[in-house]
Design a protein around this ligand. Structure first.
Ligand code: MLT
Length: 406
């Protein structure tokens, strides 16, 4: 009989958003007449930008003709998309990234989860608390997290508490760590790091020989000047950082699936004999074996959003969701909530009004107001007593939800 990976048995019963979905479905079954407004998972509600759909149709038509049909593509992504990314997301900001440092994938969730494959199970991992649960769960599955306690904390992870007192800005680790997950603009708190604050992390990583795994999935929501869109805007970051990007929240690809990871060739780690190894080469090796590339039609759709019309259509979507975020901030404040985020991010992080526990307040909102939020404690123990609201909704639903709270 084969043995299982025992680490999976240590995991909490379900993934955060699965648990939320199950509770919502149970409520819906018991209350089929109620109109539920979902402000939980950051799933977009608007259709894809027209340029993306046109590109998909054109690319689909190419598949009817033997001359233009595509079979297996490059595991790392087509050059046309890697060039569009290099030029628009990096060169346009004065950052020099080569196309072979960009790896196209089916999204940042997969990449932030899979990146652990190229790191030793002995590495010490630091995560912010709260954090996007994929960072913690995938390290636990790989055996890097140790044992989980009653508060949901793992014995071998180094937690960097982010709370109202420190403005949701993580402190530098107090012990030596090897891998550090940072997500800015932050999911779930909506907090950002300024250039100077991110430079402190890059300097820390350089001094302590650690690697920063930087999730920039929400960069398109940045409104403020002094907030970097990429960690590679910071001097020295190309030696110590890997960056993850997503088309889900920018161009609405949550169902279409496309993202990418940037691994500069200067980023190195050590093998057991102390030799330097390029992480770019290791990831390339991993992807060539485990991944057959993102669908051609999807990569054409992603390329299309870098056209002038595509950029405008994406901007319209982001502006729309930012307007929703403003409505939520205003609506919550009006009824007395203390709120954070929602300015450079599509998420609003709110304290429960009377110190209720996150899941209790989740249940109250679902049952009494028929509004679904994400309980803050699902992102880590420092999220206890908070809820997260997503601005990726329709305007009428967002307005109605805020009215229901009055
Ligand atoms: C979230 O709501 O945190 C995100 O939508 C989840 C994800 O991107 O996987």
């Amino acid at each position: 009989m084969p043995k299982i990976n025992e680490n999976f048995l240590k995991m909490p019963a379900s993934y955060l958003f699965t648990e939320v979905g199950q509770r919502v479905n149970a409520f819906k079954t018991a209350n089929p007449d109620k109109k539920i407004i979902r402000m939980d998972i950051g799933d977009i509600k608007f259709p894809l930008p027209a340029v993306a759909v046109e590109a998909i149709k054109k690319a689909a038509d190419e598949q009817l003709d033997a001359a233009t049909f595509r079979g297996y593509g490059p595991e790392q992504g087509y050059e046309f998309l890697r060039e569009a990314i290099r030029d628009n997301d990096f060169r346009a900001r004065g950052i020099d990234i080569a196309t072979d440092e960009i790896f196209i994938s089916d999204g940042a969730k997969s990449d932030t989860g899979n990146i652990g494959d190229i790191f030793s199970a002995d590495n010490r991992v630091a995560v912010t608390d709260p954090a996007y649960p994929v960072y913690v769960d995938t390290n636990a599955m790989a055996g890097r997290a140790g044992e989980i306690n009653a508060n949901g904390r793992w014995s071998k992870l180094t937690y960097l508490p982010c709370n109202a007192e420190n403005g949701f800005i993580p402190p530098l680790p107090s012990i030596k760590v090897d891998m550090i997950y940072l997500c800015y603009p932050n999911n779930p708190t909506g907090a950002t790091l300024t250039r100077a604050q991110l430079a402190e992390w890059v300097n820390y990583a350089r001094k302590s020989s650690s690697i920063i795994l930087f999730d920039a999935a929400y960069e398109a929501f940045i409104s403020e000047e002094d907030v970097p869109h990429s960690i590679f805007e910071i001097d020295g970051a190309k030696e110590v950082a890997i960056e993850f990007r997503s088309f889900s929240k920018t161009a609405g690809f949550t169902g279409t699936r496309c993202g990418y990871t940037v691994i500069p060739k200067q980023v190195i780690a050590r093998d057991e004999y102390g030799n330097n190894v390029l992480l770019n080469s290791l990831w390339n090796r991993r992807q060539s074996t485990k991944f057959n590339g993102t669908a051609y039609v999807v990569q054409r759709a992603a390329e299309a959003i870098y056209s002038p019309e595509g950029k405008q259509q994406v901007k319209n979507l982001i502006d729309f969701y930012k307007e929703n975020a403003k409505l939520i901030r205003y609506g919550l404040k009006r009824v007395g909530f203390t709120v954070f985020g929602g300015i450079n991010a599509p998420y609003i992080w709110a304290k429960t009004p009377n110190g209720e526990r996150s899941w209790d307040f989740f249940d109250y909102l679902l049952e009494e107001k028929n509004i679904v939020v994400t309980p803050g404690s699902g992102f880590g123990s420092c999220g206890e007593g908070y809820i997260r609201l997503s601005a990726f909704g329709k305007k009428e639903d967002t307005n109605e939800a805020m009215l229901r709270l009055v």
